[in-house]
Every structure is written in C-alpha cells, then in structure tokens.
Design a protein around this ligand. Structure first.
Ligand code: UDP
Length: 457
C-alpha cells in the first residue's frame, strides 16, 4: 500500500490497512521520508522507504514543507517516481521468505503507479480519498473549462499552487448562478476548486488521476452507498473497475496514523460540558488563513456566546507561529485551544453540538459518522463541493459562503447549535450509515466483496 504523504490521505490508507490486516492480509507500506508515518505504532506491518530517502538527491532537497507549496512534491514524485517504485515492487515480488504479493493499493493521486503496475502484471487498486461527487466534477474539469467557467475573472485563473482559494474569489453576480450542467453547484463552487485544465501541475495531476483511476483494477472510497447513491450509479456506468464504498471512521480511529501528536489534556474539561453545548473547530492539516480572517473568526465566535474547542495548528495563521494574533483574554473560560486533537473521539463526544470545519472529506465523513451538524468554511479542491452537499443536499450544515464576516459567522454558529431539524437530519444520516454496517448492509457487503476480490488475484 502506498499512501500520499498528507494527513487526509494517510489516515484513510492506514484505516484500510488495518481493515485488510484484520481480514488476514499481510501489509507492506511504502512511504516517503516527508511526513513519514509513525511506524512504531504498526509493529505488524512492514515498512519501506521510497522516493525521497536519499539526502543527496537535490530534486527533493528544497521543496517547501508547509502550505500549498508542499503539493509540489506530489507533482515531482509523479514525474520521477516510476523507476524507484518498479524497483521496490520487483524486490517485493521476488522476496522468497514473504507471502506472495496479491495487489498494489495506492492513493489515486499516485497516477504514475498504474503504468508501473501494468508493466509488472500486478493489479493496482486505488484509494480515492474524496467524495464520489468530487471525482465526477474533477473528471468534468476540462468540459467545464471549455464552457468558460474558469474564465469569469483573471483572478480565477491563478493556479492552486499560487495560493488560490476561498479568499480570492472575485465579487461578481454571475458567480451566484447555478452551473447548468451540475445544478447543485453555484459557479463560484467550481471556481473555488482552484485549478483548471492544463494550467499548472495540479491540473495535470487531477486529469491523470482521473484517467489512471479509470484504468485501475478497482476503486476504494471512504464513503457509503446511501450517502452517494446517484454518483455511484454514474461511476458504475462509466468505469469498468469495481467500486467499494467503506466508511473507514466506523472501522478504525486515526489515532495511530496521526502525523502530529494529539493533545488529550482537554478531555476532562470536555467531559464536564453539557450535552451538545460545544462547537468543535478544526480546519484540517493543510489550510491556512490570513491574520485578518483569523481575527474575524475570533470575533464571530465571541459574539456567538457559544463554548468551543478550537484546533489551531501551528502555522494555521499565515505569518504567525501559533497564537500571536489572538486578542488579550481570549479564549477565556468559554473555550479551549489546542494544537491538534483526537478528532474522531472529539466528534463522538456527547458535549459536541456542531463542527466548524474546512469541509475536508475525512472531516466531513467523520462528522456524518457521529451525527454532528456542520458549519462549513471550505478553502479549495474538493472542500467547496463537500460544503455544498452538506448544506444543500444532505442539509446537515450551513455553508459560510461569503468569506470571513464576523456577523455571518455568529449567525451560522447560533443557527446550527439551535436548529433541531438539522440535528435530526444529522442523526438520520448517521442511522443510515450505522444500518449499512450491519450484515447485509451496503458497507458490510463492500468490505466482504473487497476481501473476496483481493483474494481472487
Ligand atoms: N485531524 C486530527 N486532529 C485534528 C484535526 C484533524 O486527527 O486536530 C484528522 C481528522 O480526523 C482527519 C484528518 O486529520 O482524519 C484531516 O483530513 P481532512 O480530509 O478532513 O482534511 P485535510 O487535512 O486533508 O485538509
């Protein structure tokens, strides 16, 4: 198994690894030096370094470690990784004292792995860590680009790696219009994705990811059928590879695959808070805000008068090490701030009443798994698509779609904390998910058929 070295990709790959191990498979993980997993947490897996473990290899020496620039690594590894991957796989395939290799499972964004696997006659399955809907939209980017959606403003042509996103979408009435081809979306949702056809390295990564996912032997999704039934039907119609939808958070936590240390010191405080009284705030492992927007968040939160638990990752506020821009006296008695939390455990805690999230797909699924309604502040990529679904389709959250305005933040927090209908819908979705895990349910069957499928190779 070969995860992409980012938290939102490492977590589901290790959850899948745990699941397959529990079904009797031996697991070998290929990993980079960058964002190296905590191998000691997995004494039962075999680990192999790949790609960037030579300190003298200048190609990898000066790549940015933080922010969007860190994605330049994905572009480079996809361009230069084939020989090393083939070499490492050949070693695994010829090892005499190890169980035979049945398949390679890579992150979908390691698109270069498909041709390597083909050369070795090795089935390659992909793990796609976004929603099925996002995959369909990504597959349509060239088409949407040809229709001119990305040309509404010069600004919007800025490639992802230049830091496009949530804050840079221009003010234009047309952006509020529906996308005729995908009526659930507004034009601005498409623009917020942040990359378009052929304009930069990430555009290429996306189109190759789509192409090589279609060419794979199977696609594993962190989702469940009842959540994305129509999308599943479309994908099954268009792609011959079998699909397996598994809501990983219901099988294993991400505690062992966390790249940062999870602070647990606030849990006794959380235990004392009334049911559904706390807003949990976290924006994942990569997103960054400008200081002025961080300050709006603080004011919106204070004015809402709600208690909160806030994960502020070091580096979350661009230009600051950690909490320098906070006003004196904040957070006070009403809240706690930590650098990194055991998110799944927090979301499952009865004191949590809402999740203010950047709408990363793992965070979204984890929130659905626990029946927690959301306040969505997406940045780029799949996040604006997830936020639109959460608010307009599943109706289990509010999308803060006009940027960082303290009044809107306050209103959204108050609304989500008080809206019983939305809480009920969130519980309903969780119940569907729970039912899918019981023998005969769709998620249960997906695990069984994945195991049978891999065993058949
Ligand atoms: N996460 C965590 N502790 C935190 C914040 C996040 O363990 O304090 C985990 C979260 O549970 C999720 C992952 O980090 O599994 C973030 O993935 P997501 O797709 O939501 O966002 P990304 O980091 O990829 O933007």
């Amino acid at each position: 198994m070969f995860p992409l070295p980012y938290q939102g990709h490492v977590n589901p790959m290790f959850q899948l690894a745990n699941l397959l191990y529990s079904k009797g498979f031996s697991i070998t993980i290929f990993h980079t030096n960058f964002n190296k997993p905590k191998t000691s947490n997995y004494p039962h897996f075999t680990f192999r370094f790949i790609l960037d473990n030579d300190p003298h290899d200048e190609r990898y020496a000066n790549l940015p470690l933080q922010g969007m620039g860190a994605f330049s690594r994905i572009i480079l590894f996809n361009k230069c990784g084939a020989d090393q991957l083939r070499h490492q796989l050949e070693l695994e395939l010829s090892a005499k004292d190890e169980p035979p290799v049945s398949c390679l499972i890579t992150d979908a964004s390691w698109h270069f792995a498909q041709s390597v696997a083909d050369c070795l006659n090795l089935p390659r399955l992909v793990l796609r860590t976004s929603s099925l809907f996002c995959f369909l939209i990504y597959a349509s980017i060239p088409f949407l680009d040809d229709l001119g959606y990305f040309n509404l403003s010069d600004n919007t042509a800025t490639p992802l790696l230049d830091g496009l996103g949530y804050n840079n979408v221009p003010d234009d009435k047309r952006l509020e219009e529906q996308v005729a081809e995908f009526p659930v979306l507004k034009v601005k949702d498409v623009i917020k994705i942040g990359f378009k056809k052929d304009n930069d390295g990430m555009g290429d990564i996306i189109s190759n990811m789509v192409k090589q996912t279609k060419a794979s032997s199977g696609i594993i999704w962190n989702s469940f059928k009842e959540l994305e039934q129509l999308q599943l039907e479309t994908i099954r119609r268009d792609i011959p590879a079998p699909c397996f939808l598994i809501p990983f958070a219901k099988h294993f936590t991400t505690a062992s695959s966390s790249l940062l240390d999870q602070d647990r010191s606030f849990l006794p405080w959380l235990d004392q808070q009334p049911r559904n009284s706390i807003v949990y705030i976290s924006f994942g492992s990569v997103a960054q805000v400008e200081e002025k927007h961080f300050v709006e968040m603080v004011h919106g939160l204070v004015d809402s008068k709600q208690s909160f638990l806030w994960v502020v990752r070091p580096g979350f506020v661009s230009g600051s090490t950690w909490l320098e821009p906070l006003p004196d006296g904040f957070p006070g008695e009403r809240g706690r701030i930590v650098k990194w939390a055991p998110q799944q455990e927090v979301l499952g805690h009865e004191a949590i009443g809402a999740f203010w999230t950047h709408s990363g797909w793992n965070s979204t699924v984890e929130s659905v798994c626990e029946g927690v309604p959301m306040i969505c502040s997406p940045f780029w990529g799949d996040q604006p698509l997830d936020a639109r679904y959460v608010s307009d389709v599943w109706k289990v959250g509010v999308y803060l779609e006009n940027g960082w305005k303290r009044e809107e933040i306050t209103n959204a927090i108050r609304r989500v904390m008080a809206d019983e209908e939305m809480r009920e819908k969130s519980r309903g979705l969780k119940q569907k998910l729970d039912a899918s895990l019981i023998e005969g349910g769709s998620s249960y069957e997906s695990v069984e058929s994945l195991v049978d499928y891999i065993s058949s190779f």
